[in-house]
Design a protein around this ligand. Sequence first.
Ligand code: GLN
Length: 228
Amino acid sequence: AIVIGILALQGAFIEHQDALQKISLQKKIEVIQVRTAEELAKCAALVIPGGESTTIALLARLSGLLEPLRQFVKTKPVWGTCAGAILLSKNVEGAKKGGQELLGGISITIARNGWGSQVESFEADLDVPLLRDPERPFTGIFIRAPVVLSLDTTPEDPPIKVISRLSPHYLPESLTSSNLTHEPKTFVALQQGLHFLTTFHPELTQDNRFHEYFVRECVLPSLPPPLQ
Ligand code: GLN
């Protein structure tokens, strides 16, 4: 079976494990919790859950996982949700210098808690044309979610594919009043090469289509073809 790890230092890791164990491709995969470099070494792909990105990064450093994670991200598929999406970004805005360690992987700048304190959490119906059953909207659960501020791809990077965008009317005025384009701020699910990021929490719904998407579009394509 293909081993998919869930980084289990803090946050909603059990929910991701449950969701992956329910998808239609479930017979092809084995899901394990990752707390050590030895466990990470067994994985073909990794999910980084929501929680508190600073706490997850601190615990990763204390467990000797930070460098192994950075190496892992260079070659293997990783999906970050919410706090995990922050960790998977190349740049974070507003963090104290040295106050937020990142893994990189997706060439964007992201803002923690970017919705402002007046919008702690909300739900929004998302159109996601690439999911199974695309006519059915996906309920995005946003909890102190990060906001994508800019795409920072260089010519060497794989292109960033926007998998879902939020209707701009959900954006608070604080995000639309600047004369910068508000376009990237509506991006809530992105793929770059083998990496995938959602600023919301698909694992907190009973709808496993994003888990399916990650396995189908990021994990399976990363594997060598089977021997004939
Ligand atoms: N606000 C959290 C952070 O900055 C993320 C919240 C979440 O994962 N639900 O890490």
